[in-house]
Design a protein around this ligand. Structure first.
Ligand code: FAD
Length: 398
């Protein structure tokens, strides 16, 4: 396997850097690099810039307005965009529902929804999980009953990320209770403004409103909003998950977080010396850096293996476990680096325009929030325990 970039790939990297130098708004990059709160408008402003460049939909065929980057190009983008402080892409429209619509949707669904995802007119959220259906997703109970040219939907979804901003939700619903769990599920596209939908916030450990509960009470959904065939939704749901799990290793983000950590540890003092020179602390940083380097090489190995058009297999589960453990280890070290200042937390300090007194260094403020928020990494996108089950079965043959 050759892990050196080709001349074309190096030229692509130069093109990415030139674009980011010129087009990435400094205020947005400052928020990302300082781990501050980003608004819906920040995301939409950046999406518009990416769209104008033609680089927003990197999984879509060109005929729908996408650009089909190779795995190596996506990797280069990941590395450089994290280094520059590009906001993470909100995946639910562009990377999740869109590939499903492209592969299984009707022509009308393609014509209606794909341009609206590109233009930012629609903000999608994901209605998969329910209070009793997370890892065991197929046991979901939200019911959709056909009534003439509508479905009537009743039930509850939970952990719906950024549902408070969304005007559309894609949902897995039960349309048949007489068959095996997996065989009675359908995939519906639902307008969040339909009467009977209630969105309630769930406030997470870091005090943020990132996730929600979504309740459906006699919600009327036109049958043309069914994707593919009734009761075949499980197939589409699994197809979508292959896209969800791509990139969960977050190597680029871990590299950026590690560099931030080293910078912080070089400025904070322990016994009059920079924390970075403390043997115990620097040994911990070295360990996580070695793990990160190994994960980055594994990532490249997997990229090389799918470069010819293959699909990553159980190796992506391995990478998700390692990648998220590394991110959490970096967050833990950052929390340790700010010491007692990790305890008091002023929620207002997460806003870039906060002008009051800071409890500690300005860049220390969001580190506890990050630590708490990133507990989610080992839970969502398939919990790490579930990924380990996959690794033990598919790779270790246990
Ligand atoms: C911040 C956040 C955002 C999310 N966003 C969304 C979203 O936008 N849309 C959406 O639909 N969902 C979302 N989720 C839900 C997420 O997909 C689920 O939380 C996840 O699938 C785990 O399901 P659960 O929470 O029901 O836990 P459970 O499935 O009840 O698991 C509880 C514990 O048991 C372990 N466990 C379960 N089964 C097994 C097994 N077979 N073997 C070993 N261990 C097992 C799990 O690993 C976990 O530690 C989000 C979750 C979080 C935390």
């Amino acid at each position: 396997m050759n892990m050196n970039y080709t001349a074309e790939e190096l030229a692509f990297r130069d093109e990415v850097c030139a674009f980011l130098d010129e087009k990435l708004p400094a205020d947005i990059a400052a928020k990302v690099k300082g781990f501050r709160r980003l608004s819906k408008e920040d995301h939409q402003r950046w999406q518009k810039i990416l769209c104008e460049q033609g680089w927003y939909a990197t999984h879509w065929p060109e005929e729908y307005g996408g650009v089909e980057w190779t795995p190596v190009q996506k990797h280069i983008w990941d590395e450089e965009s994290c280094r520059y402080g590009v906001p993470r892409s909100i995946p639910f429209g562009v990377n999740m529902v869109a590939p499903v619509i492209i592969k299984f949707g009707s022509e009308e669904q393609k014509q209606t929804y794909l341009p609206r995802i590109l233009s930012g007119e629609d903000w999608w959220c994901q209605g998969y999980s329910e209070p009793g259906a997370g890892s065991d997703l197929a046991s979901l109970k939200t019911r959709a009953v056909r009534d003439g040219d509508h479905y009537i939907v009743n039930g509850q979804k939970t952990w719906t990320t950024l549902g408070q901003h969304a005007n559309m939700i894609f949902c897995l619903v039960r349309t048949n209770t007489e068959v095996k769990n997996q065989e009675g599920i359908s995939f519906l596209l639902i307008d969040m403004d339909t009467p009977g939908i209630t969105v309630r916030p769930i406030i997470t450990l870091d005090g943020e409103h990132e996730v929600n509960e979504v309740f459906f009470e006699d919600v009327k959904v036109p049958v043309e909003n069914l994707v593919g065939e009734e009761d075949k939704g499980w197939t589409y749901a699994k197809y979508l998950l292959t896209y969800e799990r791509t990139g969960l290793a977050g190597i680029g983000m871990s590299k950026a977080a590690l560099s931030h950590l080293k910078n912080l540890a070089s400025r904070r003092l322990k016994n009059g010396r920079p924390l970075l020179e403390d043997p115990s602390f620097s040994q911990r940083i070295a360990k996580v850096e070695i793990d990160l380097t190994a994960a980055a090489i594994s990532n490249l190995r997997i990229i090389a293996s799918v470069e010819g058009g293959g699909v990553p297999g159980a190796e992506s589960s391995m990478l998700k476990v390692k990648g998220t453990e590394i991110r959490q280890a970096i967050n833990d070290l950052a929390r340790r680096a700010i010491g007692p200042y990790a305890l008091p937390f002023l929620e207002e300090e997460m806003n870039m325009d906060y002008e009051g007194d800071f409890l500690s260094d300005k860049d220390a403020a969001p580190l506890s929030a990050q630590y708490f928020n990133n507990r989610k990494l080992s839970i969502f996108g398939g919990s790490n325990e579930i990924q380990k089950n996959i690794v033990s079965k598919m790779i270790l043959g246990l």
